[in-house]
Design a protein around this ligand. Structure first.
Ligand code: TEU
Length: 547
């Protein structure tokens, strides 16, 4: 089996990856068609975001039927073909399992609405506090109250996300059995990886009003969460040592992650946490404009790296996914140092302790969308918050400038394959606009260019395979309080790797206070980096040193 500590995962958002039938939406056949490209990058797994039958209110995170492929994405034959072709190339598939909630169009929810008690018990229905007042004051993550009234029962159901995404009742054993059966079904199809969507929200705690926050402290990392994960592990994927798993942990605590991803805990292989991506928020509030806090970014990453290592637990490491803005727009420089900063940011993540994830287009330095009109936005969260921000009194222009920075659509624009029509994504009309810069940011122009961002990602993927200090080594932070430098050290079996990054666009000198004479440079985003005790770092320069 592929050792997940030496592996890299490539995330595909099928809707925006490659369209083979001209309907403007990417499809599974499109993933199969691009397997050689993915193979060229050298990654071991592809994580496919949900392609199950779904009304697509939240682009597939609202599942109507977990056992079938949404016709928009293709057929079960297309899936089998993809699995077969991927296997031929030594690439494994990781599927995205959304088990905190189902679409309200799911058969279970429909039966619940029809009054079938068995299925009502699959969800979380509760009486209001008094007429017209929901059971708690919790906010939905997509805006508004988290409860929806059903007149017929004079009860509310819980939806932590969209109103069409009803939360499942994991305290009901029958629900847990249903979930196990779904996982087993996909295991039988040869799937060797699972990502579990917002899985630390499945065990609800007490249903109380929250006067300090939005309610998340009552349902995040809830009372039975470790029990439910262990049970899922034991009854399904834990029976196959080749399978790797990653849990998406929303607003989690590091202490819980020691367990979720502990080598001995029999829960999951690794975890996604998001604290390092809230450094341009105000607390938990995302819909604001504040510059990112570099010191905080370092503190969080250093803390997670150090403590997860001390507790023998494993991180997934990443900047980008389908919910996050593009990292080169967020922490890099899309003007003068687009290429340098894209490579620097890649270096920071790919030499950390953990399994790196690359989100489609990141490997060619794709940028934020730059949308200027609400008609260009498609994401339910963005559309809701555009309205909510204005209800709170912001001008339309202010609401636009916030969306431009934080909208999830920033990363959902079509993959830029070439400089032809629609960036080579579709022969039809793309479901969401292609970014204009595809003329110069596209895969075709980078694949054979040894100085491209793509070529650099390729080197990083290979470096993890070649260098045990990167895949297995322990982690030590460096230059903790330096205003511009992101540096750290990895050590394993007498080998040391030092990773130094200038996070900003001006040249700096940094005295490493280390005798670097025994070190050689094994990777840099400049061709002629010099190794001296005092390092001269050019704009966004990255240097990886080895002894
Ligand atoms: O996301 C979970 C989640 O809470 C965030 O990423 C969320 O989208 C963001 O913080 C809101 O500001 C997962 C999926 O990745 C996302 O695409 C789904 O919309 C969500 O779960 C619901 O299934």
């Amino acid at each position: 089996m592929a050792d997940f500590r030496k592996s890299t995962v490539y995330q595909i958002y099928p809707k925006s990856f490659y369209d083979t039938d001209g309907d403007g939406l990417g499809d599974l056949k499109g993933v199969t068609a691009k397997l050689d490209y993915i193979k060229e990058l050298g990654v071991d797994y592809i994580w496919l975001t949900p392609f199950f039958v779904s009304p697509q209110k939240d682009n597939g995170y609202d599942v109507e039927d977990y056992y079938n492929i949404d016709p928009r994405y293709g057929t079960m034959e297309d899936f089998d073909e993809l699995a077969k072709e991927a296997e031929k190339r030594g690439i494994r598939l990781m599927l995205d399992m959304v088990f905190n909630h189902t679409s309200t169009r799911h058969e279970w929810f429909q039966k619940a609405l029809a009054g079938d008690e068995k299925y009502k018990n699959y969800y979380i229905f509760k009486k209001g506090k008094k007429p017209g007042v929901p059971p708690t004051n919790w906010d939905s993550k997509f805006g508004g109250n988290a409860w929806e009234y059903v007149e017929k029962f004079d009860e509310y159901y819980l939806h932590l996300f969209d109103v069409t995404q009803a939360d499942l009742n994991w305290d009901n054993e029958e629900v847990r059995k249903e979930v196990q059966n779904i996982v087993k079904f996909w295991m039988k199809k040869g799937v060797k990886g699972f990502r579990f969507d917002v899985v630390n929200l499945i065990s609800k705690g007490i249903f109380e009003d929250d006067f300090e926050g939005d309610g998340r402290r009552f349902y995040t990392d809830g009372p039975n969460i470790h029990k439910y994960l262990k049970e899922l592990n034991e009854t399904t994927f834990g029976t196959d040592a080749e399978i790797i798993t990653v849990g998406e942990m929303s607003s989690t605590s590091i202490e819980n992650c020691y367990q979720y991803a502990g080598a001995e805990s029999n829960e999951l292989s690794m975890v996604f946490s998001f604290h390092h991506l809230k450094v341009d928020f105000m607390g938990n509030e995302k819909w604001v404009l504040v510059p990112f806090d570099f010191q905080k970014l370092k503190n969080i990453i250093f803390e997670w790296q150090t403590k997860m290592s001390q507790h023998n637990a494993w991180n997934a490491v990443f900047w980008c996914n389908h919910d996050q803005p593009r990292v080169v727009s967020r922490f890099g420089n899309t003007e003068k140092y687009w290429k340098e900063s894209a490579k620097m940011l890649a270096t920071v993540v790919h030499c950390l302790r953990g399994t790196p994830y690359i989100y489609q287009g990141e490997e060619i330095g794709m940028t934020n969308a730059g949308f200027t009109d609400i008609s260009q936005y498609k994401d339910v969260e963005s559309l809701n918050h555009f309205r909510i921000l204005q209800e709170k009194g912001l001008t339309e222009d202010n609401a636009y400038s916030i969306l431009k920075v934080h909208s999830r659509d920033n990363s959902r624009t079509p993959m830029q394959w070439n400089n032809g029509e629609n960036a080579g994504f579709t022969s039809g009309t793309p479901w969401i606009e292609v970014i204009k810069n595809y003329k110069y940011i596209n895969a075709e122009s980078q694949i054979d260019d040894e100085n491209s961002v793509f070529a650099y990602y390729k080197k990083l993927v290979k470096l993890r395979k070649d260098e045990d200090a990167i895949s297995y080594g322990d982690f030590q932070s460096m230059a903790e309080n330096h205003k511009e430098i992101f540096a750290y050290k990895r050590q394993y079996n007498g080998e040391t790797i030092i990773v130094v990054n200038n996070f900003y666009g001006k040249e700096i000198l940094w005295d490493t206070e280390i005798d670097l004479s025994g070190y050689k440079c094994i990777l840099s985003n400049y061709n002629d980096s010099k190794v001296d005790r005092v390092l001269k770092l050019r704009p966004y320069e990255s240097i990886v040193l080895k002894k």
